[in-house]
Design a protein around this ligand. Structure first.
Ligand SMILES: [Cu+2]
Length: 127
């Protein structure tokens, strides 16, 4: 029992070291990095992305929200043929849900909803 307690204590100490170690590294990293911006794109009940064209910076996040519509996806057009590191797919976003992606490549993403023809959008990722 005593051995088990000591082991548990060691584990907690190790976990704390990892946790706080990472926190320190993160703070140092953030001093140089700019703040990440979260852009919100609404998936509307009328089957549109709003806005349907968006400029972001490398590393930014895009949060797709579906407040009141039918289920949608935000799926990059080349999801099946493109570089997996340069494509994205939110999967199904049901009414009341949201899904966020992070864009780390400087490029233009064309994307669509897998359920609704003509529900399309563009994200320009700039340095
Ligand atoms: Cu849709």
């Amino acid at each position: 029992m005593r051995a088990a307690l000591v082991s548990l204590g060691a584990l907690v100490a190790l976990w704390a070291a990892i946790l706080f170690g990472n926190a320190d590294a993160g703070e140092q990293g953030n001093k140089k990095a700019r703040d990440i911006v979260v852009h919100v794109v609404k998936m509307t009940a009328g089957n549109k992305f709003d806005p349907d064209s968006l400029d972001v910076k490398v590393g930014d996040q895009v949060k797709f929200v579906n407040p009141d519509g039918p289920s949608h996806t935000a799926t990059s057009d080349d999801i099946k043929t493109g570089d997996p590191k340069k494509t994205f797919n939110t999967g199904v976003v049901k009414k009341g849900q949201d899904a966020s992606i992070t864009l780390n490549n400087e490029m233009t993403y064309k994307y669509h909803c897998e359920f609704h023809t003509g529900m399309t959008g563009t994200i320009n990722v700039k340095p």
